[in-house]
Write a new protein. Structure first.
Length: 85
């Protein structure tokens, strides 16, 4: 990881970013749907509860404890790298 860009948003070195994009392209189906902002506020949480998408952890009744742990580890590593030796 290249370090923090903004709070908990981390940047990656180009090779790692390319590997992540390859993994997403090979393993995920991603769709975008444009909706009215008012509708989004009322429906996004309901849809997360209903469909339990793996990478949506907030409000997901089936949130993966393993994914939560991996994200925490990523934050720890990135924070250590950002603060230097």
């Amino acid at each position: 990881m290249a370090g923090r860009k903004n709070g908990r948003n981390y940047g990656f070195v180009p090779a790692d970013e390319a590997a992540i994009i390859r993994w997403i392209n090979n393993n995920m189906l991603v769709n975008w749907v444009e909706v009215d902002p008012e509708l989004q506020r009322s429906s996004e949480a309901r849809l997360i509860r209903q469909h339990c998408p793996v990478f949506n952890l907030a409000g997901n009744p089936e949130a993966s404890t393993r994914l939560l742990a991996l994200r925490a580890e990523c934050v720890r590593i990135a924070s250590a790298a950002a603060s230097g030796p």
